[in-house]
Write a protein that binds this ligand. Structure first.
Ligand SMILES: Nc1ncnc2c1ncn2[C@@H]1O[C@H](COP(=O)(O)OP(=O)(O)OP(=O)(O)O)[C@@H](O)[C@H]1O
Ligand SMILES: [Mg+2]
Length: 237
């Protein structure tokens, strides 16, 4: 099977500590991947290694056949790998319209800007109503929508989402999850870290539990799992 992204024997860390230990996982050409696991066990580090923000100590990351571990974050973005970081990283004084326009910064994305904007607003219709509103006046859920919408404006070939629903109320979370599913319907493959495994199962064909910087368990495409099985995976039997 050909993979869109293939991570092999990846080791990463900070200072003298290794956080990821020879981890290997793959994302298929037509599927999403979900990552879950306890806090502090290396999920964000793994995503940051893919987007070039953490330099691996060993191992390889291949995207569409291109080795990413030697490339700069800018070069990785130019390949279409777009990372929406955990937490709010938007400029507070920009309007929604300005954020989305910034997202379309590559030449190719700029040429498609009007069409992308229409597509993005069909995924997040709420942003249209608030087009001229500044980020600082938006709720947490709306900011998360702007972050993801801005990423989509760059016409990603793969979208990386790190806990997009963190801190949102159940109703807003439901709205955001539905939008992420809609993005996937537009044919953009997604790697998503989330604590809500049931949402991940809806979004992804393939799930990995990241535990102590290793793959602790895997839910493979076609494999079904009920709530109690997932909980025992997470917390141990
Ligand atoms: N910049 C950094 N410098 C030093 N240590 C770091 C840095 N970033 C993360 N760590 C450490 O690496 C480990 C893994 O962190 P990481 O953020 O990858 O975990 P995570 O699984 O995403 O956690 P969470 O669920 O809380 O987001 C933690 O022990 C964390 O303290
Ligand atoms: Mg994290």
């Amino acid at each position: 099977m050909t993979h869109l992204l293939e991570i092999r024997d990846l080791t990463c860390g900070y200072g003298r500590i290794n956080v990821l230990h020879n981890i290997s996982l793959a994302i298929g050409a037509h599927g999403n991947v979900g990552l879950f696991g306890p806090n502090g066990h290396g999920k964000t580090t793994l995503l940051r290694a893919v987007s070039g923000l953490v330099r691996p100590r060993s191992g390889s990351i291949s995207f569409n056949g291109t080795e990413l571990t030697t490339l700069s974050p800018k070069a990785i973005v130019e390949l279409g790998v777009i990372h929406v970081s955990q937490g709010n990283r938007l400029f507070p004084d920009l309007t929604i319209g300005e954020c989305l326009s910034l997202g379309a910064y590559t030449k190719a994305a700029r040429q498609r800007e009007a069409a992308s904007r229409e597509e993005v607003l069909s995924i997040f219709p709420k942003l249209k109503e608030r087009w001229t509103q500044k980020v600082r006046t938006l709720s947490g859920g709306e900011r998360q929508m702007v972050s993801i919408a801005t990423a989509l404006m760059s016409c990603p070939k793969m979208l990386i989402l790190d806990e997009p629903t963190l801190g949102l109320s159940p109703k807003v979370k439901e709205e955001l999850c539905a939008a992420v599913i809609r993005i996937s319907g537009h044919g953009v493959p997604i790697i998503c870290v989330e604590q809500d495994v049931e949402f991940l199962l809806e979004l992804s064909q393939h799930l990995y539990l990241i535990n102590h910087g290793e793959v602790g368990a895997e839910i493979k495409p076609g494999q079904t799992m009920d709530h109690s099985e997932i909980m025992s995976l997470y917390f141990g039997k």
